[in-house]
Design a protein around this ligand. Sequence first.
Ligand code: FAD
Length: 474
Amino acid sequence: KPVILWFRRDLRLHDNPALNHAAETGRPILPVFILDRNPDRQTGAASLWWLDKSLRALDASLQTRGSRLILRSGDSLSQLQKLIQETNADAVFMNRLFEPQAFERDAEIAHALKADAVDCRGFNGSLLCRPGAVLNGTGGPYKVFTPFLKALLAQAEPPAHTTGPREIDTPTAVESESIDDWKLHPTGPDWSKGFDWTPGEDGGSAALSDFLAHGLKAYSVGRDHPDRPATSRLSPHLHWGEISPWRAVERARDAAAAGKVPAAEAEKFVAEIGWRDFSAHLLHHFPTMPERAFRPEYDAMPWRDDPKGLEAWKRGRTGYPLVDAGMRQLWATGWMHNRVRMVVASFLVKHLLIDWREGEAWFWDTLVDADLASNVQNWQWVAGSGADAAPYFRIFNPIAQGEKFDAKGGYVRRWVPELRALSDRWLQAPWTAPAEVLRDAGLRLGKDYPHPILDHGQARARALDALKTVSGRG
Ligand code: FAD
């Protein structure tokens, strides 16, 4: 009797615990992916673009091992039951999803399958440590990152590296839907044409190798400069499980042990991967975080209803070059540099005083790495309402951030080409440039590029006033 290997966000053959356990049974394996409603929320458009390519890559990898990916769509439990009936399978192995509603749904599915005498088993293939396993001295959840990471790294055991079985025996007479029929590209409009990524486990491994060879040696400083290719760009690969986080951690540490990079740089990278686990850990213990502020007083913020401001932010037309560059990078590539994510998020929440949930929703739809736990945790971090968050009164100045982290202007000039001819001195605040400078640069403010939609100083004062209404601080 075959074993069903239910792929979800573990789209790889190496380091895949569910696959390894299925192979250990010595029985035929039926790899299946079911296109179902995401139980936590509808999958975003950019994520579906990624999924399309990643499933094709997984199918190709499976075919090199004599197998293939069976595609089904609809309710997961009904589809599994149907497949069990068609193939006589009596086991379902999967790597777990840890978002609260997905976790609950999996438990219901396992319960229903077990009632039909199906052996249903779940593993952790996506996080350094299963959420809920790392607890503080009193048995409660950590709310501060540094002690959480310390405890996690002391406690979690890296699994042995595996490449998966060389041959996967899959029954041939099982029907599959066609991925072309799923039409997973964005429509009306399809803005994904310029996305330049290689989804799939080979793409993930290549991104990691490239980062280890170039970015890691100066990661701790380089990671703050959006014009440098100093970060790994592993986030979508990690989200879709095309690479395991332990693999990234161990290869970084191996590079340090071999003297190729300083140990402190490798550990900084490990800590960032740790933030991913911390986000999942928080969502597990505080499952209302996608809807509600972790610090409840922040739900009383006097958010503004400003559709025009929101639209200017989404389209990269706020008149603040670093903010606009980030929002345009997001639209054009499905990804944005972390430093700039912090600046644009702060601009929305503090300068525009628009509810962080509006920004989180836009990121969810447009990021190829959109991840419920990380997105929500980071938005709440910026908004000041999260656990271990930046204090609300620390308001990023988008001009100063640009001058500091994009000092040579390479990032802004790439994504806001209408400002290209402006010298570094005026680039981050074009409205302060004398008229002749603008003329020489061929720039008509208000026509080629917008006037700033708000004044930084006034917006800052308004944000601080708003803060006083919720916390009495300022
Ligand atoms: P690297 O610097 O190479 O870091 C390595 C890995 O560590 C990343 O791939 C990621 O998995 C993890 N990581 C790094 N920083 C963080 C962080 N702050 N929080 C959680 N994990 C982190 N990341 C997502 O994966 N999905 C999201 O939906 C997401 N939304 C965000 C929203 C906002 C407002 C902000 C400020 C940050 C968000 N991040 C999100 C975190 C971070 O910006 C990205 O993980 C990072 O930019 C990805 O690029 P990289 O792979 O080159 O990162």
